[in-house]
Design a protein around this ligand. Structure first.
Ligand SMILES: Nc1ncnc2c1ncn2[C@@H]1O[C@H](COP(=O)(O)OP(=O)(O)OP(=O)(O)O)[C@@H](O)[C@H]1O
Ligand SMILES: [Mg+2]
Length: 309
C-alpha cells in the first residue's frame, strides 16, 4: 500500500545572515496507514522542521517527499494547500485556536474552507465536539476554556475534514501531567479509528503510547524501534480498533503557498492548515464503527459523507 508520506534524504537549510543553518540533513522517514509514531530528540534537532515538511507546509532544500504517492515538489501550490486542508491535521503546543471564535466555530471553520454545506458542517461539528467530550463547551471562546479543553478543540478542528494523517508538535507541552494523559487517551482513540499520527514530544508518557519511536539527532532520523504499546497490541491481537475516528480521510483538494515554520502555525490559525483532502482514489472499504463514522477514519471513502445516526 502506498505510504501516506515518504520523505527520502530530506535536507532543509535556512540561509541566515550569520551563515547557513542546516535544520535537517538527509533525514528519511515513512509514515503508513495505521502508523502511530513518536519522534523525540533534543531541542533544535529538526523535529518541527520535519513535521512541516511531512505536512507539505514547507519544502525540502533537497531530497524528495511523496505525499500519497505524489511528489510534493511537482504539485502546484493549490494542490499542496488542498493536502494541508484535507489530508493533514495539525496540532500545536499552543493550540492556535482563533480567539474571537468559539469552540464550535473553530471546528466549523476548516469545513467551511473546503465548501462543506452548513447542514453537514453542523452535524460534523456536533459529532466532533462530542467526540472530544466538549459538547457542553461549544460556545466557549478559547479564553473561556482550560488548556486541556483548548487542545481538545484543536484536535476536533484538526480532524474536521477527516485527514489521513495527524501531525502533532508537542501537544502536551503546555499541559499538566493528568491533562496530558487525557490528550494521550484521545490520540489513542484517534489512532484506533484509523488515522495515522506523528507526534513530536518530550513527554515520555505520550511517546510510550505510540507504536513506533524515532529519535532525531542533529537533523537526522535515527533507526526506529517498536514501543511497548506495539508489543502489547501484538500480545492482544483482538485489540479494539473502535474508538472514534473523528478524523479519517476524506478528499478534496486545492493548493496554496508554501510557508516555513511560523507560517505553518499561522495557517492553522487561519483554519487553512487544518485539513482538506484531495478527493483521492479508493480506500478499500472496511466495516465502519460508530466512532469511525464520527471521525471518518482512514477507511473512509473520499466524498462518502456519513449518514446521520
Ligand atoms: N525558519 C527558520 N529559519 C532559520 N533557522 C531555522 C528556521 N526554522 C528552524 N531553524 C533552525 O533549525 C534548527 C531546527 O529547528 P526545529 O524547530 O526543527 O527544532 P526542534 O527539534 O523542533 O526543537 P524544539 O524541540 O526546541 O522545538 C534549529 O537550530 C533552528 O534554529
Ligand atoms: Mg520544535
Amino acid at each position: 500500500m502506498t505510504p501516506i508520506v515518504e520523505g527520502r534524504r530530506l535536507t532543509r537549510t535556512f540561509p541566515m545572515p550569520s551563515g547557513l543553518v542546516t535544520a535537517l540533513r538527509e533525514a528519511s522517514i515513512e509514515i503508513s496507514q495505521g502508523d502511530y509514531v513518536a519522534i523525540t530528540g533534543p531541542s533544535g534537532c529538526g523535529k518541527s522542521t520535519l513535521l512541516h515538511l511531512l505536512g507539505c507546509v514547507d519544502s525540502p532544500t533537497s531530497g524528495s517527499l511523496l505525499f500519497e504517492g505524489h511528489d510534493a515538489a511537482r504539485l502546484t501550490e493549490s494542490a499542496r494547500s488542498r493536502i494541508r486542508l484535507t489530508r493533514v491535521g495539525f496540532i500545536f503546543q499552543r493550540f492556535f485556536l482563533l480567539p474571537m471564535l468559539d469552540a464550535w466555530e473553530n471546528v466549523e471553520l476548516p469545513q467551511a474552507e473546503i465548501g462543506i454545506v452548513p447542514r453537514q458542517r453542523e452535524e460534523r461539528t456536533r459529532e466532533l465536539l462530542e467526540y472530544v467530550g466538549l459538547s457542553d463547551r461549544a460556545h466557549h471562546r478559547p479564553a473561556q476554556l482550560s488548556g486541556g479543553e483548548m487542545q481538545r478543540v484543536a484536535i476536533a478542528r484538526a480532524l474536521a475534514n477527516r485527514p489521513a494523517l495527524l501531525l502533532a508538535d508537542e501537544p502536551t507541552g503546555e499541559l499538566d501531567e493528568d491533562t496530558g494523559e487525557q490528550i494521550a487517551d484521545l490520540f489513542d482513540r484517534v489512532h484506533a479509528d484509523g488515522t495515522a499520527i506523528v507526534v513530536v514530544t518530550h513527554n515520555p508518557l505520550l511517546a510510550r503510547r505510540a507504536r513506533r519511536h524515532l529519535t532525531m539527532k542533529r537533523g537526522t532520523v535515527e533507526a526506529g524501534e517498536a514501543t511497548a504499546a506495539t508489543a502489547a497490541a501484538h500480545a492482544a491481537p483482538g485489540t479494539p480498533v473502535t474508538v472514534a475516528s473523528a478524523i479519517g480521510p476524506d478528499a478534496s483538494s486545492g493548493p496554496e503557498d508554501q510557508d516555513t515554520d511560523e507560517t505553518a502555525e499561522q495557517d492553522a490559525v487561519d483554519g487553512v492548515a487544518v485539513s482538506a483532502a484531495a478527493r483521492t482514489g479508493d480506500t478499500p472499504p472496511r466495516p465502519v464503527t460508530r466512532q469511525q463514522r464520527v471521525t471518518g477514519g482512514a477507511q473512509r471513502r473520499p466524498g462518502a459523507r456519513k449518514k446521520r445516526r
